[in-house]
Design a binder for this molecule. Structure first.
Ligand code: AMP
Ligand code: MG
Length: 420
């Protein structure tokens, strides 16, 4: 347990890392796959382990612009005679035979001629008046030759199933001549905001109304997570409206994510409606912000139904719940290997009271002006205060009943780890 706070969390709340692990364990990876071109594959999850169709490099080739020769020929030449240049090998040339008693002018990436056992970079070569080469420096057989298959042998694993395809992995596949890949189908995620007070940005606002920022945020987060979004809009705070929305969502999507209405107030109808339509795995996580997080399912059977994550209404709580809990579940459903959370120790640049009964994730900026990084509060820490969240570089995690003391060290979780 990462938080070391199981004994001091509020009874009834699940410890954060316990909740995260339960979500990861509960996710059923999607089976459906599709074949797409390499050019369309950025951000997709490889559905099969690929083996190398070729040796890489495909042939012994030069790592430098210089001269390819047989070192013994050079050493056997009369003192001061050097070697004549009898061949020219540009990149793209076929494999040639090194002419006896001479050397080859060669360029980076060009096949090393058969019979040559060293490439000497041009910076270490001088030419005499006969056009013969003379070499300087330490000469070692094999130097500056990239050997056939030294990186990968044909038939050995290239990329594992579950790999997220990015620039380097796509380039790797391209370097092997692969132009199409089988990837997992994109997840279809239904989102909805609950709340009678919510109106869309752009509409005129009356007192008491609140612009729906959670859906704006979730649309971005889901796009970053390579999911297709079914946006069901704002749903009124009534059991009937929620039933209707969930009915649609559970048949049309692989996963449902809603926000708001999941606390324990009279206007919070999400939990009872989930219980009527399916069931709850858990509700309430010992984290601040983000406590009213619920995980359940819609449909008769837990394992053949549509999973649902209910995020808190407060926007920062929703964001943190997404990053720490919803995202690993989605990655597991996508068939991706779920990354371990990255954290490292950082000093706090401030003191304040610690949280009670749950872990607190303070939104902080990193101050590098003193050489070593120091975490400073990025702004107001209310779970409704998006300004600090929009400035923050990461979260400083404070365990329950732990004071924050300036100069003391806490776990820092960089936010950029949640971007992809
Ligand atoms: P709730 O969990 O529904 O009680 O909402 C908690 C707080 O979050 C209230 O102040 C809501 O107005 C606010 N809230 C709920 N949903 C959203 C949303 N989609 N966008 C912005 N604020 C919201
Ligand atoms: Mg509400």
């Amino acid at each position: 347990m990462n938080c070391h706070c199981a004994q001091i969390v509020t009874p009834g709340l699940l410890e954060l890392f316990d909740a995260r692990q339960r979500l990861i364990d509960a996710a059923t990876p999607i089976n459906a796959v599709e074949n797409i071109t390499l050019g369309q594959s950025a951000g997709r999850v490889l559905a099969e382990t690929l083996v190398a169709p070729l040796d890489m490099p495909g042939v012994d080739n030069s790592a430098m612009d210089g001269y390819a020769l047989c070192l013994a020929d050079y050493q056997a030449a009369p003192p001061g005679a050097g070697l004549p240049i009898l061949q020219r090998v540009p990149a793209g040339a076929g494999v040639m035979l090194l002419p006896e008693g001479g050397c080859a002018r060669i360029f980076t990436g060009a096949p090393v001629p058969l019979g040559a056992d060293i490439v000497v970079p041009q910076e270490r070569v001088t030419l005499d008046q006969h056009g013969h080469i003379h070499l300087e420096g330490n000469l070692v057989v094999g130097a500056n030759i990239r050997r056939q298959g030294e990186e990968t042998r044909m038939g050995t694993p290239l990329l594992a199933a579950g790999t997220l395809l990015g620039a380097a992995s796509i380039a790797l596949l391209a370097s092997h001549g692969i132009s199409a890949v089988t990837v997992k189908r994109r997840l279809r995620v239904a989102i909805l905001s609950t709340g009678d007070e919510l109106i869309p940005p752009g509409a005129a606002r009356s007192p008491g109304q609140v612009y729906d920022s959670n859906r704006a945020m979730l649309n971005v987060l889901l796009a970053q997570a390579q999911c297709d979004v079914l946006d069901l809009g704002v749903i009124a705070d009534s059991p009937a409206s929620l039933h209707q929305a969930f009915e649609h969502a559970q048949t049309a999507a692989d996963l449902v994510v809603c926000t708001g209405g999941v606390s324990v107030g009279e206007e919070d109808h999400v939990r009872p409606v989930i219980e009527q339509r399916g069931g709850l795995h858990f509700h309430g996580v010992a984290m601040k912000p983000g406590k009213p997080f619920a995980f359940g399912y819609l449909g008769a059977e837990p394992f053949s139904s549509t999973p649902l994550m209910a995020l808190p209404g407060n926007p920062v709580a929703s964001l943190v719940g997404w990053q720490l809990l919803a995202l690993p579940f989605i990655h597991a459903m996508q068939g991706r290997a779920v990354a371990v959370l990255q954290r490292y120790p950082v000093k706090a640049g401030f003191s304040q009271r610690g949280p009670q009964g749950r872990c607190e994730l303070l939104r902080v900026e990193m101050d590098w002006s003193q050489g070593a990084p120091v975490a400073q509060l990025a702004g107001g820490q209310g779970s409704h205060m998006l300004s600090a969240a929009s400035q923050a570089h990461g979260y400083l995690m404070i365990n329950p009943a732990t004071e924050v003391t300036e100069g003391a060290t806490y776990h820092y979780y960089p936010i950029n780890q949640f971007a992809a």
